[in-house]
Design a protein around this ligand. Sequence first.
Ligand code: NAD
Length: 216
Amino acid sequence: AFVTGASRGIGRACAISLASAGHRVVLAARDLAKLESVAEEIRATGGTAFVSAMDLSSEDSIRAAFKQAASEAGPITILVNNAGITRDGLSMRMKREDWDAVLQTNLTGSFLCIQQVMPAMMKERWGRIVNISSVVGESGNPGQANYVASKAGLIGLTKSLAQELGSRNITVNAITPGFIDTDMTAVLSEEVKQRMLAGIPLKRFGKPEDVAAAVR
Ligand code: NAD
């Protein structure tokens, strides 16, 4: 199982959960040192983990990471497209580079990762692809036009590929988490957090492990 953005947050929780289910996991992100520390955690509990440095904004880096992963860990038959970024701001003043960075990492990067695993999954006649979208990909959110476009795009990508690949015994699903307590959301103001909390029936934010359970 190859998990992108596994150095922290939801990706880290997904990698730990899949490893505890007996899968050999490849942890990918840019920061090798952080990945190695998550891998050590997994190995300490008897799991098998590999690390792979990968920058989703570079197609060459994506190719190299999957090549390395396949040679070390064997064919990848599970892909969790989890890595993602935000560059929030109102559309009128949104810089082109902030639009491009978010679409490139969250949507194009995920598509390129899927292209890397499709041949092996078809050969194995089994595959599981899980894309981490977001509730805002369905509802929209002011100040996040780039992020929402990328997450709505992931939902469309998921539905199309599910239809392309179903006959090959490869399922493609998306998960749309609500507010999850991670570094990504830690930067939001207390006021924004309280407003979001008011709309959550359980009156608590989600945990990375909640999403990992759905992925597993
Ligand atoms: P996070 O910021 O804690 O972790 C993001 C991970 O992605 C990190 O491992 C980071 O290194 C990696 N990453 C970022 N850019 C990368 C790049 N160019 N190349 C390789 N790796 C890169 O975020 P998180 O909260 O754990 O979010 C994980 C996913 O869940 C994201 O796709 C996010 O959009 C989605 N999500 C999060 C929430 C939430 O409330 N936290 C809600 C819905 C969806």
